[in-house]
Ligand binder design. Structure first.
Ligand code: GDP
Length: 294
């Protein structure tokens, strides 16, 4: 599918063979290969450029030029730097409130509803807490039905109420959770195909009404570089607490993870790869770095 970065670096260094000493100038072509590999993996160009500038400094400091196998050392350097940039350690969910409220936001089609179901399953199976799903996408009856179907599959109750504004549904759901002892309320909000003031206002109103402990922004990894602009618009308005990258079962390398983390500085908490409820994974920066590099 893609040529891996290791392969690219190998050929870049091969070209340098026979030129005697590898010089700082020659390293520029290697950095170009790294940049290309990152852009192919959907990392935003500007970010790929800044990234390689940083790698260059480290590479020179680390005496890559004198190394026996400069190619391998470069790959290791790039991988470590990518891992560090994406947060180093895996991030966790904050679930201290009683009940904890998690708002799931993002564009329509990003995978919010599917993710909400997976998160409910994860919270019950892995964190041993009882979840309540809330259908707050009142503009698409199909979305409410979809959440109900998912709820049935995973045996998690779904709160919905016809004819009420989304904010009221969210408020009532939290009361319902308090009354019935659900520990985590997961609110699936409405998205639009593009960023839209009415959508943002509605989510901001829900946020103000239910004071969520986590606001998870769902991004379709396949949208690559666009995901950064969308993430920024959502973050400017809602100050979300974490990011979820969906559709990682597709053929993207997942560079959106790096771009979003780099731009917004909020942790990526989950990656989702498929439509089944158990295809949700905690985000591990080192694994993603490996995937991006190929
Ligand atoms: P929403 O509009 O944000 O709620 O998005 P949906 O959850 O309805 O997902 C939109 C489409 O993407 C649906 O057809 C889902 O089945 C599909 N989808 C969601 N998550 C994933 C995923 O991780 N992998 C794949 N392959 N498809 C997904």
């Amino acid at each position: 599918m893609f040529e891996s970065l290791s392969e690219r670096l190998e050929s870049a260094f091969k070209q340098l063979k026979g030129q005697g000493r590898i010089t700082e100038i020659n390293v520029a072509s290697t950095l170009k290969e790294i940049r290309r590999a990152l852009v192919d993996a959907d990392v935003h160009y500007k970010i790929a450029k800044e990234f390689t500038d940083r790698v260059k400094e480290k590479a020179l400091g680390a005496k890559v030029l004198q190394a026996v196998s400069p190619g391998q050392l470069m790959v290791k350097l790039v991988q470590d730097e990518l891992t560090a940039l994406m947060g180093g350690q895996a991030a966790s969910l904050s679930l201290e409130q009683k009940p904890s409220v998690i708002l799931v936001v993002g564009l329509q089609g990003s995978g919010k509803t599917t993710f909400s179901g997976k998160l409910a399953y994860f919270i019950r199976q892995k964190l041993h807490k009882s979840p309540l799903l809330v259908a707050a996408d009142i503009y698409r009856p199909a979305a409410i039905e979809q959440l109900k179907v998912i709820g049935q599959q995973i045996q998690v109750p779904v709160f919905s109420e016809e004819g009420l504004p989304a904010v009221e549904i969210a408020r009532k759901a939290v009361t319902e959770a308090k009354n019935h002892g659900y520990q985590v309320v997961i609110i699936d909000t409405a998205g639009r195909l593009a960023i839209d003031e009415a959508m943002m206002q509605e989510v901001a109103d829900i946020k103000a009404a239910v004071n969520p402990e986590e606001i998870l922004f769902v991004a379709d990894a396949m949208t690559g570089q666009d995901a950064v602009n969308t993430a920024k618009a959502f973050h400017d308005r809602l100050a979300f607490t974490g990011v979820v990258l969906t559709k990682m079962d597709g053929d993207t390398r997942g560079g959106a993870a790096l771009s979003i983390k780099y731009t917004i500085q909020k942790p990526i908490k989950f990656v989702s790869a498929g439509e089944k409820p158990d295809t949700l994974d905690i985000f591990y920066p080192d694994r993603m770095a490996q995937r991006i590099l190929g």
